[in-house]
Design a protein around this ligand. Structure first.
Ligand code: ADP
Ligand code: MG
Length: 295
């Protein structure tokens, strides 16, 4: 099973081109869609989820034409939107039961077993009777996965599911997603590099509607191998370095800037070569797309 996206274009009425001829092939497993805010991730996901029209292009799931055979797609789709909207005062169990009815599980006993299994799977059994509105961020996201999983989807789309989770919640959520990715296509969008690093075997980087990279994360890292140099600098040095090198990232370590630059040669100056990581890839790609002349 694979999802093939070809030359997908979407321009909103306000003139913003959210998808600028995007093409990618998504195999079974966890696929990471990485991009900063405004990249077009949610637009792409809503389009795949048949909730929004594209201007042109094609999406094919094996033999299924996703853009026209919407009803068929919805039968095999699970979707967790970025904004889940208002969380009801309804209990988790009652809500899942309701969703199961909507998805066509009419037999009451079958539905009870299904809902119990879903609650168990996302580790919410002991909270089944509590109102969803009272859940923590992590519990809400796990509930969101449970509702998306009803009906055994072959295609699962989760839009920025880890945003707003604390580290413990994020870890539990990673484990849940990792289990799912074995038999179905899971598309996960995120602006957090770590999400992709920990979970995804294949990924795409998008920015301002354009696809910048598609492939395996370690392939992306390999392309930068030998070009990433690191140095801990003072804040005064930083502006001078900025003029001379392409700074990829700056983070503070114990209050002092630790910078990564990209250079094909040893820049000297106390820089140390470090292995390229996915964050270097991400920032290099974004930078190159914004400064095509230097790239
Ligand atoms: P992401 O999910 O990566 O943050 P989105 O798909 O939400 O990106 O948005 C991509 C671009 O399209 C942004 O510039 C956003 O402002 C714009 N956009 C998204 N939805 C709409 C809409 N309904 N009308 C107009 N512009 C929109
Ligand atoms: Mg979004």
């Amino acid at each position: 099973m694979q999802l093939v996206i070809e030359n997908l274009v979407k321009t909103y009425p306000n003139g913003v081109t959210a998808l600028d001829s995007v093409s990618m092939t998504i195999p079974k497993g966890m696929y990471g869609l990485l991009g900063p805010n405004g990249a077009g991730k949610s637009t792409l996901m809503r389009t795949i989820a048949t909730l929004q029209e594209a201007d042109s292009g094609r999406i094919q799931l094996d033999d299924l034409d996703v853009l026209s055979e919407k009803t068929e797609v919805r039968k095999i789709l699970g979707y967790l939107p970025q904004e889940f909207g208002v969380y009801p005062k309804t209990s988790a169990r009652a809500m899942l039961d309701h969703i199961a009815i909507l998805k066509g599980v009419t037999n009451r006993g079958e539905r009870r077993d299904l809902v119990d299994a879903m609650l168990e799977r996302v580790n919410l059994s002991q909270h089944a009777k509590k109102a969803i509105s009272s859940f923590s961020g992590g519990m809400k996201q796990r509930f969101g996965i449970a509702q998306a999983l009803i009906g055994n989807p072959k295609l699962l789309i989760v839009d920025e599911p880890t945003a707003g989770l604390d580290p413990g919640e994020r870890n539990r959520f990673y484990n849940l997603l990792a289990e799912l990715g074995e038999n179905v296509i899971v598309i996960l969008s995120t602006h957090i590099v770590q999400d992709v690093k920990e979970l995804c075997t294949q990924m795409a980087i998008i920015h301002l509607g354009k696809l910048l990279f598609a492939g395996a994360p370690d392939l992306a890292e390999a392309q930068l191998e030998g070009q990433i140099w690191q140095k801990s600098v003072s804040k005064e040095e930083l502006s001078e370095i900025r003029e001379r090198y392409q700074i990829i990232s700056t983070k503070l370590v114990a209050g002092r800037p630790l910078i990564h630059i990209r250079s094909e040669f040893d820049p000297g100056d106390g820089f140390v070569q470090v292995p390229a990581d996915l964050e270097d890839v991400f920032f290099t790609q974004i930078h190159a797309s914004e400064h095509p002349a230097i790239a």
